[in-house]
Design a protein around this ligand. Structure first.
Ligand SMILES: Cc1cc2nc3c(=O)[nH]c(=O)nc-3n(C[C@H](O)[C@H](O)[C@H](O)COP(=O)(O)O)c2cc1C
Length: 332
């Protein structure tokens, strides 16, 4: 049996399959099911500051519309009462989860205000969270906002939180920066111990009958691993931080690819929503079988083995490379 152990944010984990933030962790039963299903760590669903302050109706709209829509994911959204439960309920859940499960429990925060980010991160720490993931989810909808300003605000937020809590902080970042590598390094310089690639932004759709904007979240597919795969491969060995892959982890092959690119852990939500929490165990078993079949003794052995710094042709990660694709395209 290959050695599947890995380390994420300084936390020793039995293997690299982690449950990412989702409604599956919405209550203690769900959290226990994730551990029983085989996740080596659990990221809780995000605490949104507007849940607490009720300043922003957008989250309520998202949750309410999600509950009513006919979309695939609608039934996965937590009921509105969950949002109404208030911040105390979230911190209480962190506290009880830490007592109930043996795996690390990572709290997730999406703040609105400078004080909100810091205060709620501190409360997560006091509740016993093993680490905090910052869900930096902000659409810079103001066309006058400059990229540099948006980046600075992100970096300031990360620095403020990291300076306020002694536990490790990971940043779940956007894939839409002009210079993803530089932003990754800025987050690490601001104190982030881990980077989670990438935040998968919800993108609104239009309802053509009602002529309304409808919030939708669709489950991912394995095809979506490519963008995080690219950036993990580029960043591996170039940032002093743990790397987590999120998006598109449905099969053991997806896990193996992300590890080869340089991820320390792979995170999954859509596959667990689709197949149930025990799919985590299936991914782990599949990973072990693949390592065995290739003669690899451990996860550590393959981590980053196909990162940009270690592949024979580093340009494979750069340029459009359409030429190579076209050359091998079957001629009709
Ligand atoms: C229904 C649903 C709810 C989610 N809730 C959160 C959340 O509260 N916080 C967060 O950071 N990500 C959240 N995510 C994003 C997931 O954690 C994950 O990053 C994303 O779905 C990509 O991974 P996947 O391809 O395995 O689904 C949610 C995703 C889904 C589908």
């Amino acid at each position: 049996m290959p050695d599947l152990r890995t380390t994420y944010l300084g936390l020793p984990l039995a293997h690299p399959v982690v449950a990412s933030a989702s409604p599956l962790s919405h209550d203690l039963d769900g959290i226990r099911r994730l551990e029983d299903g085989g996740a080596s760590a659990i990221v809780l669903f995000s605490l949104f500051e507007e849940q607490i302050e009720r300043e922003n109706a957008a989250m309520a709209t998202l949750a309410a519309a999600g509950a009513d829509s006919t979309g695939e994911v609608s039934s996965y959204f937590p009921p509105m009462e969950a949002f109404a439960a208030g911040p105390g309920a979230y911190f209480d859940l962190v506290r009880r989860a830490r007592q109930a499960v043996g795996v690390p429990v990572i709290a997730s925060l999406n703040g609105l205000t400078a004080t909100g980010w810091v205060d709620y991160a501190q409360l997560m720490h006091q509740a016993g969270a093993s680490a905090i993931e910052l869900n930096l989810f902000h659409i810079p909808a103001d066309p006058l906002a400059s990229g540099r300003d948006v980046e600075q605000r992100y970096a300031d937020t990360v620095a403020a939180v990291c300076g306020a809590v002694p536990i490790p902080v990971a940043v779940k970042l956007s894939p839409f920066f002009s210079a993803t590598g530089e932003m990754a390094r800025r987050f690490v310089a601001a104190g982030a111990r881990g980077l989670v690639l990438f935040n998968r932004f919800y993108q609104p759709d239009f309802d053509l009958d009602q002529l309304e904007v409808t919030p939708t979240v669709e489950l991912s597919s394995s095809a979506e691993i490519r963008l995080p795969l690219l950036w993990l491969a580029i960043l591996h060995g170039r940032v002093e931080a743990s790397l987590a892959a999120t998006t598109g982890v449905h099969t053991a092959a997806d896990v193996a690819k992300y590890l080869l690119a340089g991820a320390d852990v792979t995170m999954t939500t859509s596959a667990l929503l689709k197949h149930g929490p025990s799919h985590a165990s299936a991914l782990v078993a599949g990973l072990a079988a693949w390592l065995d079949s290739k003669g690899f003794a451990s996860v550590a052995q393959i981590k980053g083995a196909m990162s940009q710094q270690r592949v024979a042709d580093p340009t494979a990660f750069e340029r459009a490379n359409y030429m190579k694709v076209l050359q091998s395209w079957p001629r009709r």
